[in-house]
Ligand binder design. Sequence first.
Ligand code: ZN
Length: 147
Amino acid sequence: MREAVTPAAGQAPAEENRSTTEGFYRGLERRMLLGSRCRKCGALYVPPTPLCTKCFGRDTADESLSGAGSLVTFTVVHVASPEFQHLAPYAVAVVRLREGPFVLGMLRGVKNPDEIRLEAEVFVDFESSVSLTPGKTRLVFKLESGS
Ligand SMILES: [Zn+2]
């Protein structure tokens, strides 16, 4: 979703510095997890945003993130949409990235959802097989143990 952003009085438009959701998805295609950091207050957002909702600053810069984090919570999907039913049961997790932001993603490589533990270390991976758009890459998470 794009929103019209009008530069504040005295500020030059800095289109080249505008972080966008489109840039986030282009990053996924390059196997990069991008956030944006507010240059005024330091707040970090995933996916990137051109407007800081903390200080309302409009000067943000894309930042490449480690992709490492820990599992905050998850749910196991047994009845999925038709596109994903072949993957069921699968877990969808909320992950707190090492850098702080929370990100939602499918948890892949789990043989038995009963063995998933909260606070488990996870890392981001990139898959096109879990995308509703053919050829497009989505982020997923995998357990550090690789199980
Ligand atoms: Zn800010």
